[in-house]
Design a protein around this ligand. Structure first.
Ligand SMILES: Nc1nc2c(ncn2[C@@H]2O[C@H](COP(=O)(O)OP(=O)(O)OP(=O)(O)O)[C@@H](O)[C@H]2O)c(=O)[nH]1
Length: 509
């Protein structure tokens, strides 16, 4: 499988980190929102429970007064002394129970008989009130909670709580009424922290709105039957929570609703979802902006890093290629510098270096160093007859034959010494050995049988001069060796060519 480049992994890593950052932040925000909404729902439920208990207690205290009054009227009658006592009792109750706006007793015609007010308006008549008509027509003994009305005696909004009075014969004997101040509930509800857009309300089971915060007098007594909240209360469950849009102000709220324990009423506490989530939105937007900025910076740095890595990798690749080109160029240059272009043998420069090195080595080791100087016979004539280019070909052929005959020991070197003159350096070789090698070379060239009309033999031949010395310190042995070999070559030329001569002095060494 192809290995993916490091830039790919870096890009992948940076991308993953960025995505993980954003995903973690999103998850955290969503969890915070969930927790906040759950907390809000719990708050609304606790509020509804407190309201329900409070309303129950409020009504029960008022109802207890009514039961007390009912019993006294039915047992003691309504003589002047009894009425006076009833008046005192009513005043007492209203003083001690802050929720009570007033206590009243009307006879069977609706006439005001006694109440908790200091002055009694005997001309007033409440026979037209809904609760009065109800008790006149129904015999049930339980208390009745009526629709809120503006009190005739005080002008304040009150909730009527009433009970029927029976005469000893069981016929209708009038109504005792407690009016409960809506203000009392409003004051209690004002103490709740429901934010700016929260709402709480007390409603009767028939859907009539009794008290609401925020308070609007035109809302008191209206019907909530066609609201999603009432629908849920009557059709789904009498205790529950839900998200409903208010028909009063159009706000979506988290509602918790529950009935009163002893009276046909229910309460609802509703907290505005938008308001609850406003802080969360603010926090989330600020943090998300931060996280996005961070991720953006990371991506930017990552991108720069990857670009730099790419550039570096490209530069490294280019460097490697340049180095390879340079290396091969160097090899070529080296070869060019050390090789003779025409014959492919070592050039004069390499010959001189090798001669110096081998001479020193031979001196250190005390061994002989042999040198054969070789020259093509009558080469001028060859050139003249066959042309310079053919002369070059001839030189190449001679060089090839000499290279083939050059021993392959370390240090053995065949070189073009200059013009048509060649030199063969043979370390560890004495004069006889050198002569033998040169002789083999001569034979090999003759065996080529290259035609040479300018030569008495009719073929290309070579002459060789062989010499060897054991170099000693203090003398330029290299120069001496070349001179000896040259002299031997000269002798070979002088004595007829196509032969190899050994330098005479060497025989003495
Ligand atoms: N074609 C060709 N000729 C060369 C080259 N180098 C030297 N020569 C020729 O080799 C000839 C050498 O001639 P000489 O040194 O006078 O002697 P020769 O004709 O070989 O006669 P002997 O050496 O006495 O047998 C000259 O004519 C040079 O021009 C070369 O690279 N190519």
């Amino acid at each position: 499988m192809k290995r993916l480049p490091v830039t790919f992994w870096t890009t992948l890593f940076v991308t993953l980190v960025c995505v993980a950052l954003v995903a973690l932040d999103f998850d955290r925000s969503w969890l915070a929102r969930k927790v906040l909404l759950e907390q809000t729902e719990r708050n609304a439920t606790n509020l509804a429970r407190a309201m329900s208990g409070h309303a129950d207690d409020t009504l029960r205290a008022a109802d207890t007064c009514l039961t007390d009054l009912e019993e006294r009227i039915e047992v003691d009658g309504t003589g002047p002394a009894q009425l006076q006592r009833l008046h005192r009792l009513m005043v007492d109750h209203v003083r001690t129970l802050p929720q009570l706006n007033g206590l009243f007793f009307y006879d069977e015609t609706g006439r005001w008989i006694v109440n908790s007010r200091p002055r009694l308006d005997r001309a007033a008549n409440n026979a037209d009130r809904e609760y009065f008509r109800y008790h006149r027509e129904h015999r049930d003994a339980g208390p009745r909670i009526g629709k809120p009305v503006a009190s005739r005696s005080t002008g304040r909004w009150v909730i009527p709580l009433s009970r029927r009075i029976d005469k000893p014969d069981g016929s209708f004997g009038g109504v005792v009424l407690a009016t409960i101040d809506i203000e009392y509930f409003s004051r209690f509800y004002a103490g709740f922290d429901i934010g700016n857009n929260g709402a709480v309300a007390l409603l009767s089971d028939d859907g009539t709105l009794l008290v609401r915060r925020p308070f609007k007098s035109e809302s008191v007594g209206i019907s909530s039957v066609r609201t999603p909240l009432y629908d849920a209360y009557t059709r789904v469950a009498r205790t529950g929570t839900g998200e409903f849009r208010s028909t009063q102000d159009g706000q979506v709220r988290l509602n918790s609703y529950r009935p009163l324990q002893h009276y046909p009423l229910f309460v609802t506490a509703a907290l505005s979802k938008d308001e609850v989530l406003a802080h969360w939105w603010h926090d989330t937007l600020v943090r998300t902006a931060g996280v996005l900025l961070l991720a953006g910076l990371l991506a930017l740095f990552g991108q720069r890093l990857v670009r730099q890595m790419r550039q570096r990798l490209r530069a490294e690749q280019e460097l490697r290629e340049a180095r390879d080109v340079l290396a091969s160029l160097n090899v070529t240059l080296e070869k060019l510098a050390l090789q003779d272009g025409l014959t492919g043998l070592a050039n004069r420069r390499q010959f001189d270096v090798s001669l110096g090195n081998e001479s020193s080595r031979a001196m250190r080791q005390g061994v002989p160093l042999g040198l054969a100087m070789i020259d093509v016979d009558h080469f001028k004539a060859y050139n003249d007859r066959y042309g310079h280019s053919a002369g070059d070909d001839c030189l190449r052929a001679v060089a090839r034959a000499i290279r083939q005959q050059t021993p392959k020991r370390a240090g053995d070197l065949a070189a073009r010494y200059g013009g048509e003159e060649l030199a063969v350096l043979l370390p560890h070789t004495d004069a006889a050995g050198t002569e033998a090698v040169a002789e083999r070379m001569r034979e090999a060239v003759a065996a080529l049988r290259l035609p040479h009309a300018g030569s008495p033999l009719g073929i290309v031949t070579i002459s060789g001069g062989a010499a060897a010395i054991v170099p000693r310190r203090g003398i330029d042995h290299a120069a001496v060796l070349v001179e000896h070999a040259d002299r031997a070559l000269y002798a070979a030329k002088a004595t007829g060519r196509n032969r190899v001569m050994r330098h005479a002095e060497l025989r003495e060494t």
